[in-house]
Design a protein around this ligand. Structure first.
Ligand code: UT7
Length: 336
């Protein structure tokens, strides 16, 4: 009888935490007034329905590569690390327009960390929280030492400027986090999932073959059944947030910051009400001046909270992200 071979297994750090955060806001500031004529809207309607006052758009030079690398550099610096200490780069994006290779390989190269494992993930607006969860597991399993998670989008490339349902919402930007080993728990268990039955609610209008076959090809813009997404997010996501708190072993009274995906201010408020968050919980409201940047929105919102004095090192923060798929992910983290 041949003897069964037993393979080696890896074990990593006892815990993982976010060591540093970074952000990049692109240069073009676009107030509602600049959009309303084209989509037959008003500044008042947009502010009332979404909370958005202005958004940031990338100029032609501000590619996903440029923005993602800038946010990553800041996160690495704030983590007190050298780029060469990053051994895994995960990019969450839906707007890297090259299907392959992954944007992560380019950014790893630009950072000078060519040896790093580098790959993109596609979970739309939920991408950053998916990335943080993967990073935490990689560090704890011993597959990685320091993982860079980047959420970056140039949604303006995929937005129809004449579409009343999306043109005023989507925007551009990047955020990043470095996840590494920790003596104490800094990233609680994730609650995540998807509902493919609602696949059609937010999606690219058509696939590339249809674009190519068209007599007058245009970009396959994003289309969204906004109201259906709005209702789903407002009700279903509060339950997911409470489950994430439960999995972290803390109650709402032990939470310092609530940082939901910046989809719509009314969704944020509905979730906070539904979860019965006390007034002491500071709530991210970056959407007002930044718009909805999909995978970049949570790290950008966190950066704003630090800048405004609403987030401090050691705070507990509930991150919850949701979007196309429909996919979602939520976790409690300790802020760096
Ligand atoms: O990031 C991924 C996840 N995304 C989201 O979570 C987005 C969720 N959805 C939303 O944020 C909201 O659905 C929107 C902000 C997109 C729209 O707000 P709404 O309150 O759901 O509006 P609605 O689509 O139900 O439309 C209400 C009314 C309609 O008029 P009538 O039928 O009531 O007369 C629309 O025709 O508002 C009208 N309308 C507009 N009016 C001015 C729709 N779009 C516009 C517009 N300007 N841009």
């Amino acid at each position: 009888m041949t003897q069964r071979r037993v393979l080696a297994s890896s074990t990593g750090a006892a815990h993982a935490r976010i060591l540093g955060l970074g952000a990049y806001r692109p240069s073009v500031v676009v107030p509602n007034a600049d959009l309303i004529e084209r989509i037959d809207s008003t500044d008042e309607w947009i502010q009332q329905r979404s909370g958005i006052r202005q958004r940031r758009w990338a100029d032609p030079e501000e590619s996903v590569r440029v923005m993602g690398t800038a946010a990553a550099r800041q996160a690495i610096e704030r983590a007190g690390l050298d780029a060469r200490q990053i051994d895994t780069v995960i990019v969450a994006t839906i707007s890297h327009l090259m299907q392959t290779p992954a944007l992560a390989t380019l950014i790893a190269h630009d950072l000078g960390t060519d040896q790093a494992a580098a790959f993109d993930i596609s979970a739309a607006c939920a991408g950053f929280c998916h990335g943080v969860s993967l990073a935490s597991d990689l560090v704890r399993a011993g597959s990685a030492g320091h993982v860079l998670v980047i959420g970056v989008e140039r949604l303006t490339d995929l937005t129809d400027p004449d579409d009343r349902g999306t043109a005023f919402i989507f925007a551009d930007g990047a955020g990043a986090a470095v996840v590494g080993p920790s003596d104490t728990p800094g990233i609680a268990p994730v609650v995540w999932g998807s509902d493919g039955e609602q696949y059609d609610l937010i999606r690219q209008r058509e696939d590339w073959r249809d674009v190519v076959a068209s007599d007058s090809p245009v970009m396959p813009h994003l289309v969204m059944q906004g109201n259906a997404v709005f209702r789903w997010a407002s009700f279903a996501m509060a339950k997911i947030g409470l489950q994430a708190l439960d999995r972290a072993g803390i109650g709402v009274d032990e939470l310092d910051c609530f940082v939901p995906h910046q989809a719509n201010m009314r969704i944020t408020d509905a979730m906070a009400r539904s979860m019965k968050l006390p007034d002491t919980v500071r709530i991210a409201r970056d959407i007002v001046d930044q718009g909805n940047t999909s995978a970049a929105s949570i790290p950008l919102a966190l950066e704003r909270m630090y800048a405004d004095g609403d987030a401090r090192s050691g705070d507990t923060a509930l991150l919850i992200a949701f979007g196309a798929g429909l996919a979602y992910a939520a976790q409690v983290v300790v802020l760096p």
